[in-house]
Design a protein around this ligand. Structure first.
Ligand code: CP3
Length: 355
């Protein structure tokens, strides 16, 4: 089956650092609890995992934000923790508590027993990608994603979110050999997983290194960056006659953008602590930049949202290679009207900049 023509390729052209008539925009966690229709589908599915593991529901919620807002990309509805779940760690989400693993990796024996996941266990993800592509019918490109090897390891060792990363850092400092083994397996799993998403129809892939920024300089390069590089090196670069760009988002990674730009990715996702203009000067034309409005700006009211969008766009300047996004996921308490304002302001002001 040949895919329908892409009607809006502004996002792909911005990632390729080609000129665009306006700055494309999508939002991390654009499908989620701030949308009443998401909460309604989630209630029908019974739970977050019930939603994510059912391709019909995953397709429905992926498309929900696109029905409301003129976004320039869709992102697969899933979670980064599908990989460790498929490795047998036993993922659950307690209401209001975030993710939890029944069998975290704590001992040498746990780590020795760890193996790459069987991709058949993740078929629901690839089925969702194929179904979303079909229902998008070329409206906008679809982003597939994975956690970074390090960020996945944080959850696999901690067994849940953490405020200080004490358990995972204890293993890293005391038994770096165990940590390297986990990361090696994760890097391979991330590559195979993303390649299967690409083959199922993902047109862009993004790696979320959400907890890279908790590492010390030097250890970030050794325990996070090196394994993201290994995963990226194994990715399929072209599918269906088009190149498949990759985006690496390291929360708190602003001080390492030179290292990240040399990874071999096409774009870097930035949080709101970074000045986009200065970042662009540092990376030159090695990569595009994606970001980086503080998600809490969306609580500032219409005028403030517009002025912060203008400030962000102006800081990047009128150059190719910017994809507008938040600096992290949208808050579940965000009023949807704030997103209407945001998307309109990005499109309107960036068109003006081109003129
Ligand atoms: C660290 C991380 C996770 N998941 C993810 C990351 C990396 C990005 C980041 O740094 O935020 C990635 C993710 N999770 C989800 C998406 C969907 C795609 C999108 O719209 O961007 C993506 C890209 C859905 C989700 N993943 C989750 C939800 C909320 C679940 C619900 O409906 O109850 C959604 C919409 C659950 C989840 N999943 C995770 C946590 C910590 C939680 C609980 C968060 C919370 O309670 O706010 C792990």
């Amino acid at each position: 089956m040949s895919a329908p023509t892409l009607q809006n390729d502004v996002f792909l052209r911005a990632l390729a650092r080609q000129p665009t008539e306006y700055t494309p925009v999508w939002l991390m966690r654009q499908a989620g609890r701030y949308l009443p229709e998401y909460n309604a589908t989630r209630a029908r599915a019974g739970s977050f995992l019930g939603l994510a593991k059912n391709p019909d529901y995953a397709t429905e919620v992926t498309l929900q934000p696109l029905a409301r807002f003129p976004l320039d990309a869709a992102i697969l509805f899933s979670d980064i923790l599908t990989i460790p779940d498929a490795m047998g760690l036993g993922l659950s989400f307690e209401t209001g508590e975030g993710p939890r693993f029944a069998r975290p990796l704590r001992t040498e024996a746990d780590v020795a027993a760890l193996t790459a996941p069987d991709m058949n266990e993740l078929r629901y993800v690839f089925d969702a990608v194929t179904q979303i592509r079909r229902e998008l019918a070329g409206k906008v490109p679809l982003i597939g994603f994975s956690g970074s090897p390090w960020t996945l390891a944080c959850y696999m060792v901690e067994g849940a979110g953490s405020s200080d990363y004490r358990t995972v850092k204890t293993m890293m400092y005391q038994r770096p050999d165990l940590m390297h083994r986990i990361l090696e397996i994760n890097a391979e799993a991330v590559a195979v997983y993303l390649n299967a998403q690409i083959q199922a129809g993902a047109q862009v892939v993004m790696i979320f290194d959400s907890w890279g920024g908790v590492l010390a300089d030097g250890l970030f390069q050794e325990f996070s960056l090196a394994y993201t590089r290994k995963a990226l090196a194994k990715l399929i670069r072209e599918n269906d006659g088009r190149s498949v760009p990759s985006v690496v988002f390291t929360k708190g990674g602003g001080l390492w953008i030179d290292d990240i730009a040399d990874l071999g990715c096409d774009a870097i996702g930035l949080d709101w602590t970074v000045n986009l203009g200065k970042a662009r000067e540092r990376v030159g034309d090695r990569v595009a930049l994606q970001g980086n409005l503080d998600p809490m700006t969306l609580f500032g009211g219409e005028d403030r949202i517009r002025s912060e969008v203008v400030r962000t766009l102006d800081s990047f300047g009128n150059h190719p290679g910017h994809v507008f996004n938040l600096g992290h996921g949208i808050s579940q308490f965000t009023p949807p009207e704030a997103v209407v304002t945001l998307v309109d302001a990005v499109h309107q002001h960036s068109r003006g900049l081109r003129g």
